[in-house]
Write a protein that binds this ligand. Structure first.
Ligand code: SAM
Ligand code: ZN
Length: 267
């Protein structure tokens, strides 16, 4: 539902507050108007976005794979990384909204907002949780939310905009970043030629965020997954390696899932 997020949203054209005078649009006092899609997400891009994000096929595979529960350990680590949160929890690059929904379940006083550039993703994210709103917005542009309005930002396998995350987080707020560890899905990379992850990613993330964030903790979350052939195809299909999906991944596959969760505090 958009309504719970309205106090935090800002007009992407003039920065004004937004209200919902009619069912299917938000408007600012200056008259800029933004459509709410039938599926419930609001389009807060001012003009066209050069990015279209994950495709419908990738999002369908992501939804199917996450529903199997293989990555629930990531959702649990995220939920446990913050003290009980109130106010706005922004999920930057939300995908299907599954991690945001898990976080909101564990933080009953929080209001969620998932942003993404992928319309197929937002169709799901808009329905992911009663307390989650969804907005089409490009993370490489100013994020259409008020200064110092978010208590927590989630960022899971998605782009990061350090200056904007800093502006949007309230002082002392948390940025929870999940990046793949060096051996994440290593068996699938070896067997099917999936695109390999840059092993230095966590270090580069910290550098790119800038001086306004202090690392509070880093933890590695690791699981040994045993996947069916169908699950293996679905997992590859939800990644940028979708074109490497094997037609003949018969039998079960033992796969390492390994991610780094870094908790940054906004200073
Ligand atoms: C690998 S997916 C991760 C999605 C979700 N966080 C999850 O882990 O299930 C990356 C997401 O970032 C989105 N994305 C890519 N570029 C973006 C941008 N410039 N602005 C907003 N979202 C973007 C994609 O559409 C996709 O949904
Ligand atoms: Zn405006």
């Amino acid at each position: 539902m958009i309504d719970g997020a309205l106090p935090y949203l800002r007009c992407p054209v003039c920065g004004g507050t937004l209200a919902r005078p009619v069912e299917r649009a938000l408007r600012c006092p200056a008259g800029h108007s933004f459509d709410i899609a039938r599926q419930g997400y609001v389009n807060l891009t001012a003009g066209r976005s050069p990015h279209s994000g994950d495709s419908a096929e990738m999002i369908a595979d992501r939804e199917a794979f996450l529903a199997e529960g293989h990555y629930d350990f990531i959702a649990q680590a995220l939920a446990a990384a913050a003290d009980p949160a109130d106010g706005l929890v922004l999920d930057a690059g939300t995908g299907t909204g599954s991690y945001l929904a898990g976080f909101l379940d564990a933080h009953p006083a929080a209001q969620g907002l998932g942003i993404d550039v992928s319309k197929p993703a937002l169709r799901r994210a808009a329905r992911a949780h009663d307390r989650a709103a969804a907005a089409l917005a490009d993370l490489w542009r100013p994020i259409p939310v008020a200064d110092a309005s978010a208590s927590v930002i989630l960022n899971v396998f998605a782009p990061r905009n350090g200056p904007e995350f800093h502006r949007v987080l309230r002082p002392g707020g948390l940025l929870l970043v999940v990046t793949p560890a060096a051996d994440h899905l290593a068996e699938l990379i070896a067997e099917f030629g999936m695109i390999k992850v840059d092993p230095d990613k966590a270090g580069r993330v910290a550098g790119a965020l800038g001086a306004g964030f202090a690392v509070e903790s880093t933890s590695r979350q690791r699981r040994a997954l045993r996947l069916s052939a169908a699950e293996t195809r679905t997992l590859i299909g939800m990644t940028p390696s979708a074109r490497h999906v094997p037609r003949d991944a018969a039998g079960t596959h033992d796969v390492t899932a390994a991610v780094d969760l870094t908790v940054y505090r906004r200073v």
